[in-house]
Design a binder for this molecule. Structure first.
Ligand code: ZN
Length: 310
């Protein structure tokens, strides 16, 4: 965990350099042009690493159907992180009687009170909406998807590394158990190599998801014991205490077993498909680069700039 002083100094630097544009809610930012150029470079570096995967490209909107969200099991495992879209339920009469002045506070309260849940939720992790697209039998050898999505998790914090809204780029495998294991082994090694090439001292670390409640702690322990989740963590010199950098996870490798295969009726060789995903947090990775190489990308090491196509 970063201490408040170092993380707030890091945030101040990011904001004064124009990289993060604070929108007035914790963990919700716009990005400046240099920040986006780095995100673009990171994406290109990932695309290069994945060129041999013959992956099907899937670019997603930030919302998807609540029914599929429920089928993934996410609302039971992580009720504290999810978010849903609420929309206007008022009558036309309400619109006619309301003031045209949108800045009027009472009118805004009235609008808020007229909202109700829609059939849409916010995407909590890039791979979550893709399983519903894969129902039925997979081809022999399985399938790899290259997925990009804007994600949301309800974790408000003033620490820039804990954003509520961020992008994830994932390579998702669907097929048999051996293929899922190979996918994770391959991408764990590739991820570490890629991160080291851009000057981040990455190492794999066994991890567990932040499951909710007492039963959740058991799930987390099971996940750790089964080696189902590994994070790629990097020490970030701009954060930490007493000269000791805090390490942040910038990518995660997840083995889901046949959970999504069973839930969504996806099969491989006549049995429920096994799935695995490797996800890169694009904002976190970019923050780790600023926190390691400094606020001005022009001064970054030549090898890093080259690897990021800058
Ligand atoms: Zn995933």
């Amino acid at each position: 965990m970063a201490d408040d002083t170092s993380s707030s100094a890091f945030l101040t630097d990011l904001v004064s350099s124009g990289h993060l544009l604070p929108l007035g809610a914790d963990g919700v930012y716009g990005h400046g042009s240099a920040f986006e150029a780095i995100v673009e470079g990171v994406q290109q570096a990932i695309t290069e690493r994945g060129a041999d995967q013959r992956a099907t490209s899937v670019r997603l909107p930030p919302v998807y159907p609540a029914a599929d969200f429920a089928r993934t099991g996410y609302p039971v495992s992580f009720p504290h992180l999810g978010g849903a879209v609420f929309t206007f339920r008022g009558s036309e009469q309400w619109c006619r009687s309301s003031s045209a002045d949108a800045a009027d506070e009472a009118e805004q309260d009235g609008w808020t009170a007229s909202l109700g849940p829609s059939d849409l939720v916010l995407v909590p992790a890039a791979c979550q909406p893709v399983y519903a697209l894969q129902r039925g039998a997979l081809p022999a050898g399985g399938r790899v998807l290259d997925v990009l999505a804007q994600c949301f998790r309800r974790e408000p914090s003033s620490d820039p590394f804990r954003m509520q809204t961020f992008r994830q780029r994932e390579y998702v495998y669907l097929g048999d158990a051996a293929g899922a294991r190979t996918h994770l082994d391959t991408w764990r090694a590739r991820g570490v190599e890629l991160l080291r090439e851009i000057g981040l001292a990455a190492s794999p670390s066994a991890a567990s998801d932040p499951f909710f409640g007492r039963a959740g702690r058991l799930l987390a322990a099971n996940q750790r014991d089964a080696g189902a989740k590994t994070e790629l963590v990097v020490p970030v010199p701009a954060t930490g205490t007493e000269g000791k950098p805090t390490s942040w996870a910038v990518a995660s490798c997840n083995h889901h077993g046949d959970h999504f295969g069973v839930s969504f009726g996806i099969s491989s060789g006549g049995a429920p498909a096994h799935t695995a995903c490797v996800g890169f947090g694009l904002e976190r990775l970019t923050l780790a680069l600023f926190g390691t190489h400094g606020m001005d990308p022009v001064r970054w090491p030549v090898s890093v700039r080259k690897a990021l196509f800058l």
